[in-house]
Design a protein around this ligand. Sequence first.
Ligand SMILES: [Zn+2]
Length: 70
Amino acid sequence: MGIVAKGAKCNVEGCDQDGARSLNTTKVENAGLRVNSKGKKTILCKDHYKEWKKESKDDRELERARFNKF
Ligand SMILES: [Zn+2]
């Protein structure tokens, strides 16, 4: 997981904070975050990165997020 270059913005819908981390888009979506990234990588700001970490820490949460999608 890489640190984002200066000037990049968070890819979460409705968020325009500066990006802090870049993650695999699928992983972010599986954690239940809505992103507008079309690439394989999604940029997250500090807050959304924290949120993602919280959501992805528990595998059961991850499964539930997937289940709800289908
Ligand atoms: Zn954000």
